[in-house]
Design a protein around this ligand. Sequence first.
Ligand code: FMN
Length: 357
Amino acid sequence: MRRDAALDPDTKTAILCAGIAAPSADNSQPWRFAWSGDALDVRIDADRSGRVSDTRYVLSDLAAGACIENMVIRGRSLGYVAGLQWFPSSDDELCVARIGWRREPDSDRSEPLAGAIEQRHTDRRFPWRGPVSAETRALLEAQAQRISGQQLWWPATSRERKAALNVIRQAETLRFKSPALHAELFSSIRFSAGWRGTCEESLAPAALAVEPPLRPVFQAMRRPAVMATFNRLGAAPLLGWRSAWLPIRMSPGLCLIVIPSRTRADVLAGGRALQRVWLQATLAGLSVQPYAAPGVLGLGFVPVEPAFQRTVSRVASALADLCGPGHGMVFLRLGRARSAPRRRSGRRPLASFGDFE
Ligand SMILES: Cc1cc2nc3c(=O)[nH]c(=O)nc-3n(C[C@H](O)[C@H](O)[C@H](O)COP(=O)(O)O)c2cc1C
């Protein structure tokens, strides 16, 4: 096989653009890139990671895995094969990977997922139509399994579907009940963008699919005192019902990325599998909304207030009962939307992700 020349600047840019098109929790885009020659270091951005749900970098590692997978796919479609070295520096826990690129013009460039990188997006609207056919499910499963040790779990019975719904609803409810999680959730929403605008990072309200009559109430809930009052009136379970139970009930598909262990390497690999499944779903014309709270709480690294630790343990054991060996990491709600969402989440300019031209 012939190997030659270094990456040219346009190829480097194309690879990085694919990386930043990846999803990240709350659109935090917690990535830093540094080239040395043809090797690319991918680091977690210390300024955009480590918050309460991310104390062990679980969300950042998932986003880094998704970003790296996009780059690997785009590189391959351009004739470059990626050599991946995980956590290359023992004294730098934020440096998750070093990627070496080899030009292999004779290698198989067919990489259909590359065509979905810029199309993929999160859709929080509902209801969605079905079906998610057995053939599509098999394609999604095959993509998850392309990453060693990763699996896709589907509820097989109505009992399993109900149990999955309950675990997601409990975790989503906790995001409104726990002051620490509530603060994290609302601090990632840029209300200053208005209900029609977009923003380069974090979540624009328009991306959240909140019904117009509920918008003032939702916006008021960002204040801890208002949220506490609502919670005394029993609002949190209603919010869990609206944000998770109802949309999932009104969608034909639900699946769960299952990772083999809680190590950071496996969480990163889970992010790669998540991305492959999401890109394949996009190619199949499906809309996707991830639900990460159950899996992240279930791993046991989120320091919630003592009053909520029992709920976290309940979420963890319900999740373990659902999907057997391994850890349920991210649920994906799937279905066919009537139209494409009018507004997509923004990205920061490429230059802000590192010191390069
Ligand atoms: C690890 C991870 C966790 C996420 N968790 C959720 C979630 O719990 N609920 C949700 O609606 N979106 C979730 N998202 C989707 C992000 O909010 C979304 O990717 C980000 O806002 C960028 O938008 P885009 O996917 O349309 O590009 C998650 C994404 C990732 C990668």
